[in-house]
Design a protein around this ligand. Structure first.
Ligand SMILES: Cc1cc2nc3c(=O)[nH]c(=O)nc-3n(C[C@H](O)[C@H](O)[C@H](O)COP(=O)(O)OP(=O)(O)OC[C@H]3O[C@@H](n4cnc5c(N)ncnc54)[C@H](O)[C@@H]3O)c2cc1C
Length: 511
């Protein structure tokens, strides 16, 4: 069996890095220990439950019945993550008479939606920098649409009474290497150009927010950033969808799609038949929100590389421990190297700590066996958390897990239709989908219904990312990119020939 490839990637928060960096000497450095993780580092998570903390903490809810027998519907949604749930809710809001049926292969939020860091970003482009580089003439519109969707999400939560521990304590991106301070300055200037409320902090000011010997400076963003409990968000969206009359079937995998010869369900287009083990669904329209899972449309596989990201959650911190690290403001935190961590406090003051490595396995399999297969990453994360916060040396982790991310080469979702326009999809969020899925779901609905909007007219929606090469080239290219990203981190952020070549072609690897 091939070894999984661990790669240096940027995840969970908008990219801050520019394309070319100059003015910094070549340094060989890293804030992280050069020794491998110790037995003590491994012991910290040895007893951790291999389940996502969010799903574990969620109160029991009645299961939704598997599909049993044939069904007909106006709109069949495949996938019960955020994309599918938002699509179901918004389809009903637009037309309460429309029949909507949602098929979920496992249980609601079993995929990335129940396993993420809970960082909500208004960015639809994995950061302004990334969006501006690809769509300079659209970035202003995309930023506005992102902020509108972010505000719309807040409003929807209120309107549907969804309590998902939404909080807006700001997001603090941290520099741990001198060259990263310049990245933060650039990011601050760019964010301000688009109306974001940001503050650059020096080391002393950062220490007033949260204390670590590693932090040299930070960028605090107060707009377009929130934290949620993602499983509670999904559960709330499910309840709202059920109240609106959506029929939801868990443990009901869609096995294939086929265009109907004519007639279909109801009047109108030819329609689509979706095969499941419990029966066939005949639908006028189908919306796919299947993320990193094997796609029902084979062509989508060219654009998506499933990448596993791993997370640890600690026991609740005591008041003394919080005091020792000074993290009273509950800001979402992330460091800003190519290989970076994201961390935040849960409602009961645990630290969720993830990122740094992400793992691509040959052929891109997605399976529950990989959810707890991050041993080396767990060990590294454990070692790094106490490097950041030495005061937490004795901490224990209670949960550890991994989840698959639908990475694409431009780092933000792409859209399209198939089977004569009766099927639409929104996939490729690349690790920043907690906020963007609400927008992505609406775009897919608009495409399905042939509605032209400000969003559907953009090149952002009408173009696809460059595809990844097939195996074995795919693995080789990802492995090389991971090596070069890690090397850039050690070399004062300088991007070598390989990364600059990828940059030139608008190709990249991120999660
Ligand atoms: C560890 C981790 C941390 C992350 N952290 C963040 C973060 O802090 N902030 C952020 O913005 N993003 C984050 N993300 C990304 C974010 O979680 C995703 O972008 C988002 O949840 C995607 O939602 P989705 O509905 O498109 O996909 P998913 O939540 O993956 O849902 C897809 C669903 O489709 C179902 N499905 C697949 N195939 C079929 C089929 N054939 N039939 C029926 N059902 C099917 C699956 O079972 C699954 O439930 C993270 C992801 C991971 C894995």
């Amino acid at each position: 069996m091939r070894e999984p490839e661990r790669q240096g990637v940027a995840t969970r928060r908008p990219r801050l890095r520019g394309r070319a960096r100059a003015g910094y000497g070549r340094t060989i450095s890293s804030p992280w220990p050069t020794t491998p993780p110790s037995a003590a580092d491994r012991a910290r998570y040895a007893d951790a439950s291999p389940t996502p903390y969010w799903l574990d903490a969620l109160p029991d809810r009645p299961p939704q019945p598997p599909l049993a027998g044939p069904a007909e519907t106006d709109l069949c949604i495949v996938g019960g993550g955020f994309t599918g749930l938002w699509a179901a809710l918004h389809a009903k809001r637009a037309d309460p008479a429309r029949d909507v049926l949602l098929l979920e292969a496992a249980t609601i939020a079993w995929g990335a939606s129940g396993r993420n860091g809970g960082f909500v970003s208004s960015s639809l482009t994995h950061g302004i920098d990334n969006g501006a580089a690809r769509f300079p003439d659209e970035i202003e519109l995309l930023e506005r649409l992102g902020l509108e969707s972010f505000a719309g999400m807040r409003d929807d939560l209120r309107a549907h009474g969804i309590d998902c521990a939404w909080e807006e304590p700001g997001e603090l991106t941290l520099a741990q290497e001198p060259h990263e301070l310049a990245w933060l300055e650039e990011a601050a200037a760019q964010a301000r150009r688009f109306g974001h409320a940001v503050e650059l902090l020096d080391a002393a000011e950062v220490a007033r927010e949260v204390r670590s010997p590693l932090y040299l400076g930070g960028l605090l963003q107060r707009s377009g950033a929130a934290l949620v409990d993602p499983a509670r968000l999904a559960a709330g969206l499910l309840d709202a969808a059920l109240r609106a009359g959506v029929r939801v079937h868990e443990h009901s995998a869609a096995l294939g799609l086929q265009r109907d010869g004519g007639g279909g369900a109801g009047a109108g287009g030819a329609g689509v038949t979706i095969a499941t083990a419990g029966g066939r669904v005949r639908a006028r329209k189908v919306l796919l929100g299947t993320s990193a899972f094997p796609p029902l449309l084979r062509r989508l596989g060219h654009y998506i590389a499933p990448v596993y990201d791993y997370v640890l959650v600690t026991e609740p911190l005591s008041a003394e421990q919080i005091e020792a690290i000074g993290w009273r403001g509950r800001q979402g935190l992330a460091d800003c190297a190519n290989q970076f961590h994201y961390y935040r406090l849960t409602a009961d003051d645990r630290i969720l700590f993830g990122g740094y490595d992400a793992v691509y396995r040959y052929g891109g399999p997605v399976s529950t066996v990989h959810d707890d297969a991050g041993e080396e990453t767990f060990a590294t994360l454990s070692q790094h958390l106490v490097t950041i916060f030495p005061a937490l040396e004795g901490i224990r982790f209670t949960h550890r897990w991994g989840g698959a991310i639908d990475t694409c080469s431009r780092f933000f979702p792409f859209f399209g239709t198939a089977l004569g326009g009766d099927v639409a999809y929104a996939v490729g969020y690349t690790g920043l989908g907690v906020g963007a899925t609400r927008f992505g779901a609406q775009v897919a609905l608009d495409l399905l219904d042939g509605r032209e909007t400000e969003a559907t007219r953009t090149r952002y929606v009408r173009t696809k990312p460059l595809p990844f090469p097939p195996e074995p080239l795919r693995s080789a290219a990802i492995q090389l990119t991971r090596n070069r990203l890690a090397a850039a981190d050690r070399n004062g952020g300088r991007r070598g020939l390989w990364l600059r070549t990828l940059d030139r072609f608008g190709l990249g690897f991120d999660s």
